[in-house]
Design a protein around this ligand. Structure first.
Ligand SMILES: Nc1ncnc2c1ncn2[C@@H]1O[C@H](COP(=O)(O)OP(=O)(O)O)[C@@H](O)[C@H]1O
Ligand SMILES: [Mg+2]
Length: 251
């Protein structure tokens, strides 16, 4: 508790990754997925992460999200070092629950909860009264254009609707860091751009630092900064920074 409280006070200073390495397995079959990654994301910034399949994008997000343990390097969330050749935080579950919003390639909704409760569950677990948690959920469902499905069960939704509900769930606790792995893959162009607009609004409004892994050509031009990962290392490449509503079909 005390550890994550400390992050609370300082988390609005973004993400920093220095010399991050990850080796899977050992001996002859070891795979060096990350060979020394450096990356920084300021609060309020949405940064793109691109790279060929197998280049280490998901590995990087999983390390940063404390889902897997790196092999070496340093990761800082705000002024708080969470990893420095070893975890510097004991309660990794609290870190994941309170500080990091994940959007995965597959939505992973809870099948026996309706759409609203899938999104409201996290604020409820964080101690919000049920009515307040539900109204926070509905607000985001509205912004993501799925409020009309609020009482539906996940199995009744299309793939795109499920993904938008999963995005609402990642945003609902206003985490200081959002990690999104191919969040717009199942969405059409207009909805993909709407998701990017919501992430940008979220970043600006709450000083959230956001990393979006993507191959999606619809959204790549929207990033002002892009990191490319190749052979286990990151390189910054120029982003175009074309606003996601430049197409004139803004909401
Ligand atoms: N659990 C694992 N065990 C062993 N190797 C893995 C594991 N997960 C990923 N890898 C390997 O690490 C490399 C990077 O994978 P990944 O991070 O999934 O890449 P990307 O997301 O860019 O496609 C690949 O060579 C992949 O085969
Ligand atoms: Mg991947």
């Amino acid at each position: 508790m005390a550890e994550t409280d400390q992050i609370d006070k300082t988390h609005r200073t973004g993400i920093r990754i220095e010399g991050l390495k990850k080796r899977y397995g050992g001996g002859d079959t070891a795979v060096d997925a990350l060979k020394g990654v450096d990356m920084a994301v300021a609060p309020g910034e949405v940064v793109g992460l691109i790279g060929p399949s197998g280049s280490g994008k998901s590995t990087l997000l999983k390390c940063l999200g404390a889902i897997i343990e790196p092999t070496a390097g340093r990761m800082t969330l705000g002024d708080h070092v969470i990893y420095d050749n070893a975890w510097k935080i004991t309660d990794l579950r609290a870190l994941r629950r309170d500080k990091i919003g994940f959007v995965f390639q597959a939505p992973y909704l809870i099948p026996f909860l309706d759409v609203t409760d899938n999104v409201a569950l996290l604020p409820m677990l964080a101690g919000r009264p049920n009515a307040e948690a539900r109204s926070m959920a509905l607000e985001l469902l509205d912004a993501l254009d799925v409020r009309h499905r609020a009482r539906a069960m996940p199995s009744q939704l299309s793939g795109g609707e499920q993904q938008r509900v999963a995005i609402a769930r990642a945003l609902v606790n206003r985490p200081p860091v959002i990690l999104a792995d191919e969040p717009t893959a199942p969405l059409d162009s207009e909805r993909a751009l709407a998701v990017i607009r919501i992430l940008e609004d979220m970043a600006a409004q709450f000083a959230t630092a956001i990393i979006v892994v993507t191959h999606d050509e619809k959204i790549i031009p929207t990033f002002r900064r892009i990191y490319q990962i190749r052979d286990g290392r990151t390189h910054e490449v120029a982003g175009l920074g074309i606003p996601a509503d430049a197409s004139g079909q803004g909401r």
